[in-house]
Design a protein. Structure first.
Length: 279
């Protein structure tokens, strides 16, 4: 992975951690998530008329990824509702590159070196230490389970998108269509009749939603573009340096308490991610 691609993926990692911070800091995580995805979809829709339509071969991947992304958003809102950003975010994002690296050989044909397996071991060790630390410190077991489950969702849609974007003919158009499609179920949910005035709550969070949507759209578009120029497993791994940004933002801005074990776990996960990338 050359330096320019690396720097852009790192920028995407920072943007990703930033919009997750906005979701966690919101009063209603489901409303904030909906606002982020709807805003991202609207921004994508404004740009799509100026881009070519992705190749037909990529549309099955878009359809599958849309379903997984919606499930991911639901699980993300649930995890942040019951758990700390500095606990759930590293678990979700640290699990994903581990799973992508394991599955990439079969699905994408990317062979794993010894160095990658060392990285996998570091990521696994960091995840397990966070899990046991959470149990000892009284963190919500539900938050841990939701975060780990979402790691599988992230790995699944990352792998699918990595395959789809390579046959799309235009990675930016592929990403924007994905965000537009994902926004539709959230828009339906936000405007559906219910006792809770979801749309009114969403309107009150409009500035946060637009900022989060822009960060989310830019972050993943950068990652998908990078996947056309570097191995999917490597891009997924480098992107998860957002773990460091997410943990730091949770501590500094949300004033979450962080234990020594959690710090060491984050370092191990980040080191494992970089080891996967380097090999």
């Amino acid at each position: 992975m050359n330096a320019s691609v690396l720097l852009l993926v790192l920028l995407g990692a920072l943007l990703h951690a930033s919009w997750n911070l906005l979701v966690k800091s919101g009063h209603d995580t489901r409303i904030t998530i909906a606002g982020v995805y709807i805003s991202a979809g609207l921004l994508a829709g404004l740009a799509l008329p100026f881009l070519p339509v992705p190749h037909p071969a990529s549309w099955p991947y878009l359809a599958a990824s849309t379903v997984l992304e919606v499930i991911y958003g639901v699980l993300l809102a649930a995890a942040y509702r019951v758990g700390d950003l500095s606990h759930t975010y590293p678990l979700m994002r640290g699990t994903a590159p581990l799973l992508v690296a394991i599955g990439s050989g079969t699905l994408i044909g990317e062979q794993l070196s010894r160095g990658v397996w060392i990285g996998v071991a570091l990521v696994s060790g960091g995840i397990l230490s966070m899990f046991f630390d959470a149990r000892l410190r009284g963190h919500s077991a539900a938050a841990t389970r939701l975060a780990l489950l979402n790691g599988f969702m992230i790995a699944a849609y990352t792998t699918i998108d990595g395959l789809g974007v390579r046959v799309s003919g235009n990675p930016i158009a592929f990403s924007l269509w994905l965000f537009l499609l994902v926004a539709l179920p959230w828009l339906i949910w936000a405007t559906a009749r219910s006792r809770a005035p979801r749309w009114e709550k969403l309107r009150r969070q409009l500035p946060t939603a637009v900022l989060g949507g822009a960060c989310s759209l830019a972050s993943y578009t950068l990652a998908l573009w990078a996947m056309t120029r570097a191995p999917v497993a490597a891009v997924a791994a480098v992107r998860e340096t957002s773990i460091l940004f997410g943990t730091a933002l949770g501590v500094v801005i949300l004033h979450e308490r962080i234990t020594t074990v959690r710090v060491l776990a984050v370092v191990a996960i980040a080191l494992g991610v970089w080891t996967i990338h380097a090999h």
